[in-house]
Design a protein. Structure first.
Ligand code: UDP
Length: 445
């Protein structure tokens, strides 16, 4: 897997906790290691004791073989402490509990996979779940594209990942069919944004293609920009005055489009990440505006957050005039879910981006931003998800803080910013008379 800095093949071995399974798999792992492969054996603590001396000797001989531990959940399934191997089992009930316990190893095992990203996994046949996590975190290169784009399976839409036919796959099939039977395709993009891809697309679908965007630039009047989409919330209006009091490029705008939904614990991570970054920000949260009767304290906000950050952080509950905010000279960064429109509006305003893709085609858009255009950085989102799990943190406060600091202050920030600015200029030129989008529209008409 070429996502890693070293080239040595790294193989995980996951043996079943029974001598007849473990002994040969440990031998097999050592055999591989003797062939110059980096090997990691995944064992529970008591089973590790059985082989640790042998592995230590191998290491002394210069082999790259290590043991990583996962705890055996004896207590959770009602097994006495000290029982982690089928050889210690003395009744059919205990055998049942052993099987239950091994099923519970899936999550901790997947956590290890995520941390280490080995190239290959050899798992005992009695762990049929082991390859699920492995395939999900496997990095692959998208084939036949002008750039070498790497993705993980987990970042693909569920309806593509699971390979099953369902209502969405049927709809997408129909969409593609209608593309095949149409005369051509009108696209909200501009040629200079993605020249190689626009050529490829034209070739692949064999139709006429007109890039006529960025369409948001048709709003020249501030009144139109305010009215775009929905009724602006009270705080949406106030934030523009707030921005007027700020210095150029120092405010981060945080908004995840019109459909995204975050759980309270994920919102809390965002709040802490923003606060710890020390940067000024506007954060749009899709919550109702607080009424007077409502308690001041909201579960998703850390205690005293708004008071502490008064003047430094501005929370908008509801709809914002996004295009106007992005155009404001005080805004110097945009933490976005990479919805195509938001991404393009950020590009048009010449603002560098932090990509936090969530669902739809947003993970592809992230690659455009971070790998191809290099006008932003990723926050580290790993998993495509339309409705985030209420009890799961997808991106933690440390990663959010790190990305914000890197974009607003980091060493590369100035280069990223100047590329973003240059692209913003190209976007504006594209729709002016004689520009590529202007000409495309003329040609189409
Ligand atoms: N938008 C806005 N104010 C908001 C939230 C969103 O004006 O508070 C606009 C944004 O400018 C963009 C659109 O809503 O034009 C969202 O589209 P996008 O493709 O970015 O994301 P989606 O909502 O489809 O996930």
């Amino acid at each position: 897997m070429d996502s890693k800095p070293h080239n040595k093949l790294h193989i995980y071995f996951l043996p079943m906790m029974a001598h007849g399974h473990m002994i040969p798999m440990v031998d097999m792992a050592r055999l591989f290691s003797g062939h110059g492969v980096k090997v990691t054996l995944i064992l529970t603590p008591l089973n590790a004791i059985l082989v640790s001396k042998t592995i230590e000797r191998d290491r002394e001989l210069g082999l790259e073989i290590t043991i990583r531990l996962i705890n055996f959940p004896s207590a959770e399934v009602g097994l006495p402490e000290g029982i982690e191997n089928h050889s210690s089992v003395t009744s059919p009930e205990m055998t049942q509990k052993m099987h239950k316990a091994t099923e519970l190893l899936q999550q901790p095992f997947e956590n290890l996979l995520e941390e280490d990203s080995p190239d290959c996994l050899v798992a005992d046949m009695l762990f049929p779940w082991a390859s699920d996590g492995f395939q999900d975190s496997e990095v692959f290169i998208l084939p036949d594209l002008p750039n070498k784009i790497k993705m993980m399976r987990l970042q693909l839409p569920v309806y593509i990942r699971d390979g099953n036919e369902n209502n969405i796959t049927k709809l997408i099939e129909k969409v593609m069919e209608s593309e095949r039977t149409s005369y051509g395709v009108v696209i909200n993009s501009f040629h200079e944004l993605e020249p190689a891809y626009s050529e490829l697309y034209r070739k692949v679908i064999g139709k006429k293609v007109w890039h006529v965007g960025p369409v948001s630039l048709c709003n020249t009047d501030n009144e139109d920009k305010v009215c775009r989409g929905s009724k602006i919330s009270m705080s949406g209006h106030e934030c523009l005055t707030w921005l007027d009091s700020k210095k150029p490029n120092l405010v981060l705008y945080v908004c995840f489009g019109s459909l995204s939904y975050f759980s309270n614990i994920q919102l809390l991570e965002i709040a802490m990440g923003l606060e710890n970054s020390g940067q000024e920000f506007i954060w749009v949260v899709r919550k109702e505006e607080k009424t007077e009767e409502e308690e001041d304290r909201e579960e998703w906000l850390p205690e005293g957050f708004e008071q502490r950050l008064e003047g430094k952080g501005f929370i908008i509950r509801g709809w914002t005039p996004q295009v106007l905010i992005l155009e404001h000279e005080a805004v110097g960064g945009f933490l976005t879910h990479c919805g195509w429109n938001s991404m393009l509006e950020g590009v048009t305003a010449g603002v560098p981006l932090i990509a936090w893709p969530l669902f739809a085609e947003q993970f592809y858009n992230e690659k455009l931003v971070t790998d191809i255009l290099r006008i932003g950085i990723g926050v580290g989102a790993q998993e495509w998800c339309r409705w985030l799990d209420e009890s799961k943190i997808y991106v933690n406060r440390e990663d959010i803080e790190k990305a914000v600091v890197q974009l607003m202050l980091g060493e590369e920030a100035e280069e990223i910013r100047s590329r973003a600015r240059a692209l913003g200029e190209m976007a504006k030129k594209a729709i002016q008379k004689g520009g590529s989008s202007y000409n495309y529209l003329d040609a189409l008409l």
